[in-house]
Ligand binder design. Structure first.
Ligand code: NAP
Length: 358
């Protein structure tokens, strides 16, 4: 293979100050450290948290900041000791914000740990690959990570581990927000774990799609709270030990909490709490997942997942979200975040191609 030119500077989408306006700026291209690879980003995905950070200033104290939680592209350089991949491999990888902009992905080159990259299977586009990491990590860690701080429901083994397939056969599972990016993977992982029935709330226009992923029942997400709870109870009388709230509004959290049986866990994607004190009972747990594979207490589980991502998608056992590619490269991100903030997105992940940045 001809040597790959690696520039010293790259374009990044920068948030200069708290609640400021995004600008495209030149920043240094990082060098991969030991155990890391340098990836030229060909696609990055947008996530609700990106607009939340920009609009509210939450979660972040260091500025100028670069946001972005996931990317896919081509490995252009290996750090010392990396033997699992080679230059030229097409990979997807997670990012994280708040580490001095090292691992955030709204840029053209990312240095990232080699044990948290997965080769892109031949049946996926680079755009689809970029949509996978954060939503899959959040669904997977929410279900299978140990509780810990911002941990998960502690289901074990995970379906990519020995003995994990079908482990929870015949147990019901509820996902609030089945059409969200996280929800689509929660449904698919629950299916691999054997849960049944898998009951999702969503707009009914997404019902057939969610059933193709493994949902057995789709309840209209616009039903009043009591009707949604009654609809779940009509579907199953079995105790519900796990519900996953991928939306975390007052309604979704209360529905999820109410349908749980004693000893059950509600996985929550935010730190929001809406259960009135008089309805809280000590036998039901709410766990607020943080879907980052970089947290030490879930790193091993996440590395195991990344080892299996290629085969899970190439076999069709997992299917990626639908994607919509926005024009303008990194400069197209603010318009996409605006759509996410306005709730104009349904069952689709927004993508930009950093190489198209003017
Ligand atoms: N804690 C973490 O580490 C972590 C990681 C990733 C995401 N998150 C958070 O998780 C949430 C979901 O993220 P995402 O990227 O998966 O979102 P997303 O794909 O942008 O979610 C859009 C979907 O949400 C659904 N939805 C909206 N309100 C709903 C409601 N009241 N009931 C049921 N469904 C509803 C819509 O479904 P329909 O189209 O069917 O109407 C829409 O398709 C966000 O709040 C995000 O910030 C947290």
């Amino acid at each position: 293979m001809a040597p790959i030119h690696i520039p010293t500077k790259q374009q990044a989408l920068v948030l200069p100050e708290k609640q400021g306006k995004f600008v495209v700026r030149e920043v240094d291209v990082p060098k991969p450290g030991p155990g890391e690879v340098l990836v030229r980003a060909e696609a990055v995905a947008l996530n609700p948290v990106d607009w939340i950070v920009q609009a509210t200033g939450m979660f972040f104290t260091q500025y100028p900041a670069i946001l972005g939680w996931e990317a896919a592209g081509t490995i252009v350089q290996l750090g010392e000791g990396v033997a699992s991949v080679v230059v030229g491999d097409k990979v997807l990888h997670p990012g994280v914000i708040g580490d001095g902009n090292k691992l955030s992905t709204f840029k053209q080159y990312n240095a990232t740990p080699a044990d948290l990259v997965a080769k892109i299977p031949a049946n996926l586009s680079v755009d689809q690959a970029a949509s996978i990491p954060l939503a899959l990590d959040t669904a997977a860690l929410g279900l299978y990570a140990r509780p810990g701080e911002r941990g998960g429901a502690s289901l074990s083994p995970a379906p990519w581990e020995a003995g994990g397939r079908g482990k929870y056969r015949g147990q019901p599972f509820v996902v609030l927000g089945g059409a969200s990016s996280v929800g689509q993977y929660a449904i698919q992982l629950a299916r691999l774990s054997g849960f049944s029935p898998i009951i999702a709330t969503a707009s009914l226009k997404n019902a057939d799609y969610l059933k193709s992923l493994g949902a057995t029942h789709v309840i209209d997400r616009y039903l009043p709270r009591d009707s949604a709870v009654a609809a779940v109870r009509d579907i199953t009388k079995e105790p519900i030990f796990v519900a996953y709230d991928t939306i975390s509004t007052e309604d979704t959290q209360q529905i999820g909490y109410e349908v749980l049986t004693s000893g059950g866990t509600l996985v929550n994607v935010t730190l929001n709490r809406f259960i009135p004190k008089e309805k809280m009972t000590p036998d039901k747990r709410i766990t607020d997942i943080f879907g980052s594979p970089f947290i030490p207490d879930r790193r091993e589980l996440a590395v195991g997942l990344y080892r299996h991502i290629t085969s899970l998608f190439s076999s069709g056992e997992l299917k990626p979200n639908h994607v919509e590619v926005l024009p303008g490269g990194l400069a197209g991100i603010p318009a996409g975040l605006d759509k996410l903030q306005k709730g104009e997105i349904s069952a689709v992940k927004l993508i930009v191609r950093p190489t198209e940045t003017a």
